[in-house]
Design a protein around this ligand. Structure first.
Ligand SMILES: [Fe+2]
Ligand SMILES: [Fe+2]
Length: 189
């Protein structure tokens, strides 16, 4: 599907606020892609699609994971909302006709992050954090860092995500720890 077709479809399946957020992520992803030399159209489309499975219920997400033989770990079983990322990647392929594994992997990793992320994956992860409708303390700092040093911004974003998860008493997804450890080790080399 082309960008405008995806836009039409998402406007029908996502609640208004989530749709606005997706437009914001698409815009921020395009800006980061321009800054760091990633394919702008690809980043825009990935940002737009990243939350395409966010409207699905926990039960539906778990059922879909089983149907499509997606491995669900203990953390995801307790917090099925996390599955909207890998299942979003699946829907991007099946419902939106996206035949690009880089796009699908960036959607799959947008919530937890992971080790050794590609440029597009980092752009989408950060665009999700800094898009225009976000509002949290430290946002301006993270925004400017994202446009100067992607890895440093990823580390701040991972730390924020971990603080948030701990504050809410939720389980920590191992992929976030792996992503953070990977960047810290890379930095010290
Ligand atoms: Fe998401
Ligand atoms: Fe999002």
């Amino acid at each position: 599907m082309e960008y405008n077709q995806v836009l039409d479809k998402l406007s029908q399946v996502l609640p208004a606020k989530r749709f606005q957020h997706s437009l914001g992520v698409s815009q921020s992803a395009a800006e980061l892609a321009t800054q760091f030399g990633e394919n702008v159209e690809k980043a825009k489309l990935t940002g737009l699609l990243h939350d395409c499975a966010r409207g699905l219920s926990s039960n539906t997400l778990l059922q879909m994971a089983e149907t499509f033989a997606i491995v669900v770990n203990d953390v995801e079983r307790c917090q099925p909302v996390l599955l909207h990322a890998p299942l979003g990647a699946l829907l991007a392929r099946t419902e939106y006709g996206i035949d690009d594994s880089q796009i699908c992997k960036a959607i799959a990793l947008h919530t937890t992050g992971g080790r050794d992320m590609s440029l597009l994956e980092k752009i989408i992860y950060l665009a999700d954090c800094i898009e225009p409708s976000r509002n949290f303390s430290g946002l301006d700092k993270l925004r400017s860092l994202a446009f100067t040093d992607l890895d440093a911004a990823m580390l701040v974003a991972f730390d924020q995500s971990l603080h948030y998860v701990i504050e809410l008493g939720l389980l920590i997804h191992p992929a976030t720890i792996e992503g953070r450890n990977y960047l810290l080790q890379k930095q010290s080399m």
